[in-house]
Design a protein around this ligand. Structure first.
Ligand code: NCD
Length: 312
């Protein structure tokens, strides 16, 4: 992979994705062998929005590679509270770290931040924009459970504001995958994502009822309605609680169906589904560590090659 920053899944070719997933699989097979890889290097964690999995798995990943992390902490406890701009914060933290991870509520913020830093920067979610490292771990989980070619995938829930959906949908166009999108009409894919899918020649269908497509699916990717992104709470209340699945619904599915969710879930997947062989969302969350280890190792390796003038 030859990328300086990872901002959007649209940057990733099939070869890039496979390189990260293959390295993650090597790490998974023998995690101890990677312990000293990034010794002496520091990852800066800048989260301007809540996070559990993404922040903690980046933290774990860097430490498992032998590196260290520094964390800006909450917005409340940082200088952001005093009115510091994103540009200044990133310029300062760049001086402390060898790579940066940024999560921010505004779409486009990660792209903007790359204008102020030279160290590799990873977008860990920019508003309703993109979340490309979630996509890499989603693809890893999908590859392990259902494969990535000749597969039918359903993506359900908040397709409008869900950044994990936007990144995943574009990455899936690199593979022989039929994509079905299931949502209320008010939460369908944004025009820009739909346009990109269309341009890539992807096989895409949109539905309002899961039942129309469930029996055909190999993977069902369920998402949370992104309450915090609705400009009007009443609009959220109109769709809250729709698009839930339980074990009765799954009777219509293939025995081999893989159910995924980026988490956190609210009420989209009934807890009883956790006990079925379909449920892969906790495994998916755990895959965040080897996948982020692989990605960080590759980005830091590239950065080192760039500064030492080594092979391209
Ligand atoms: C997702 C996010 O932040 O976009 N969470 C995550 O990183 N696993 C999904 C969500 O918040 O619904």
């Amino acid at each position: 992979m030859r990328q300086d920053h990872l901002i959007s899944a649209t940057q990733l070719s099939r070869a890039d994705i496979e390189a990260v997933l293959d390295r993650a699989a090597e790490i998974d097979a023998d995690p101890g062998a990677w312990e000293g890889r990034r010794r002496g290097e520091i990852l800066g964690l800048c989260f301007f929005e809540p996070s559990t999995r993404t922040r903690m798995s980046f933290d774990t990943a860097m430490k498992r590679l032998g590196g260290q992390t520094i964390d800006m902490g909450s917005v409340e406890s940082s200088s952001v509270k005093k009115g510091e701009t994103l540009a200044d914060t990133m310029r300062v933290v760049e001086g402390y770290a060898d790579a940066l991870v940024l999560r921010h509520p505004l779409e486009g913020s990660a792209k903007m931040a790359t204008e102020f830093v030279d160290v590799p920067l990873v977008n860990a979610g920019d508003g309703a924009g993109q979340h490309p490292t979630q996509t890499l771990l989603d693809l890893y989980t999908m590859r392990e459970n259902a494969g990535l070619d000749d597969v039918t995938v359903g993506i359900m829930g908040d397709l409008k504001y869900g950044r994990t959906v936007h990144s995943l949908a574009s990455a899936l166009t690199n593979f022989d995958i039929r994509q079905h999108f299931v949502s209320p009409e008010s939460l369908q894919l944004p025009r820009s994502v739909r346009y990109d899918l269309h341009e890539s020649g992807a096989q895409v269908r949109e539905h309002t009822e899961l039942g129309e497509v469930l029996p055909d699916l190999d993977v069902l990717y369920v998402t949370r309605i992104q309450r915090e992104r609705f400009p009007d709470e009443n609009e959220y209340l109109k769709v809250a609680g729709e698009y839930q699945i339980d074990t009765d619904d799954l009777e219509a599915a293939k025995d081999s169906l893989t159910v995924m969710h980026p988490l956190p879930r609210v009420d989209e997947i009934a807890p009883e589904v956790d006990e079925t062989t379909h449920a892969k969302y906790f495994e998916q969350a755990h895959n965040g560590v080897p996948v982020r280890m692989a990605l960080l190792d590759m980005l830091l390796e590239n950065a080192q090659t760039d500064t030492t003038g080594g092979d391209e």
